[in-house]
Ligand binder design. Structure first.
Ligand SMILES: [Zn+2]
Length: 101
């Protein structure tokens, strides 16, 4: 009978519970690490993206170049630099996203 409590079934249950607790702890640690990463990300210096007209690309202060097929980073919903994780700041006044527009 499946639900009969014997030393064997009880120890099997104990193993299951222990496994669940380990998994739960692993998930908790993963969440804590992700949260910590977010906090560190917020404390990272801003990454300034300068639009290069001749290349039609954006040069970043973390030394990368990025080409957007349409619009500026803000118009594409980019709040953070995908390379360094710093808050993205646009430096292209003529193409600057106007939140009031
Ligand atoms: Zn960057």
């Amino acid at each position: 009978m499946m639900n009969e409590y014997t030393p064997e079934t009880l120890s099997a249950q104990a193993r299951l519970i222990a496994k669940y607790d380990q998994t739960h702890e692993a998930i908790f640690i993963a969440h804590a690490a992700a949260w910590q990463e977010q906090v560190e990300r917020l404390e990272r210096p801003a990454c300034v993206w300068v639009y290069d007209d001749s290349q039609d690309s954006w040069e970043t202060t973390c030394d990368r170049s990025y080409c957007l097929s349409d619009g500026c980073p803000y118009e594409n919903g980019m709040s953070y630099c995908p390379f360094c994780g710093g808050p993205l700041v646009e430096a292209a006044p003529e193409r600057m996203f106007d939140p009031l527009a």
